[in-house]
Design a protein around this ligand. Sequence first.
Ligand code: PEP
Ligand code: MN
Length: 345
Amino acid sequence: MIISMKLHATKQEIDAVCDRIKEFGYKVHSIAGEERCVIGAVGVGDVTACLESLEAMPQVETAMRISAPYKFVSREFKRNKSQIKANGVEIGGDEFIVMAGPCSVESEKQILETAHAVATCGAQFLRGGAFKPRTSPYDFQGMELEGLKLLRKAKQETGLGIITEVMSDRDVEMVAEYADILQIGARNMQNFSLLKTLGKAGRPVMLKRGLSSTIKELLMSAEYVVAHGNPNVILCERGIRTFETATRNTCDITAISVLDELSHLPVVLDPSHATGKRSLVPSLARAGVAIGADALIIEVHPQPEKAVSDGAQSLTLPQFAAMMADLQPYIALWKKSRVAELATA
Ligand code: PEP
Ligand code: MN
């Protein structure tokens, strides 16, 4: 249910409504708007009786049911797009965001060189895995804490925000100390115990779509994080498994628009994992901007042929610079339409 209070409702009035909601067996989660408070309520109870009772309260403007199974992340719950702040940068606002860096943090030289290069090209976030989810247990598993410290050094030198993966609920607190955005990898999209822990992480979360997950499942996973206390969730389309073998995954480009219709959360496109092949990354990145994604996340490496993971899909530093230059006219159009959209919101 979503309950919209009358303009300038007092704290006491809001509390009275929350108490009534709880009497019907629902859990309350409120978002205070600038002038009008909107209260979200979820749970199992007699929804019709609860809505009738709330509507009869003088301080309530409207009370309605949310039909989507994902409540807090749905457009029904919040009509306007959410802006999520990390390292002073807004994702989902009127600036197009680029996150770039290697698949894995490998050495100080590698991460610092990449960080300076991507910052110069206009990226706002540095990506780099310190904990790597690898298919084979014999493959490089990441530099862990040492990698996180190198990311911090790169942030200190460049001012870039840091996005890095956390694989286990055990590590959330430690990774959150170093990261501005916690990345949840495709393989962990339905790690429900991790999702619950992220609710208390105190950092924005970027949730990547699972290898064979539907859009609804992605939104249900986002709902877990929000329902457990963290409203700052960003969604990421990174390609899904299909019968096609020409690319590493099949990019569901339409998912960007579908997610934008169904949810107020910002959406990122990852053309690197979606294609698995560097020659295909710039054109898909362009498509991502054109279709209205809020951000791109791109794998970049100073020497992709020597990368310990995902070298084949990593752009060289000059290739990244060229891609960023090529994207500028598309980003200018994106900005024009985003500013207009925000003005009418
Ligand atoms: C990554 O970003 O390097 C990664 C492992 O991505 P995904 O979880 O989408 O496979
Ligand atoms: Mn990777």
